[in-house]
Design a protein around this ligand. Structure first.
Ligand code: FES
Length: 107
């Protein structure tokens, strides 16, 4: 299990304990976190799992693949250098304590 801290659009911080191997999107939606939808179920086809990853730890994440980068062109909120799709990030022990901020809107 991996602890990830989500910051909801309201500023509320929610720590979610995610099964290793699950995506951060699965963990957040299962954990009832506000500000993330995951409409396509994690197939990198909706961009409603857009999130901002803690910039200081961005380098610890596997780089975004081409399909994720393409889909990031379709996010509803501002795209930033630390924008990622939460369905494309697997929870691993190395990411414990990662802070993931959710944008104001997903659609
Ligand atoms: Fe649809 Fe991530 S859940 S792109």
């Amino acid at each position: 299990m991996v602890d990830i801290v989500f910051v909801e659009p309201s500023g509320n911080r929610v720590a979610v304990n995610i099964n290793e191997g699950w995506s951060l999107m699965q963990g957040a939606t299962t954990g009832g976190v506000d500000g993330i939808l995951g409409e396509c179920g994690g197939s990198c086809a909706c961009a409603t799992c857009h999130c901002y990853v803690d910039e200081d730890r961005l380098g610890e994440l596997p780089a975004a693949g081409e399909s994720e980068l393409d889909m990031l062109d379709n996010v509803a909120a501002e795209r930033r250098p630390n924008s990622r799709l939460a369905c494309q990030i697997k929870a691993t022990a190395a990411l414990a304590g990662l802070v993931v901020t959710l944008p104001d809107t997903q659609e």
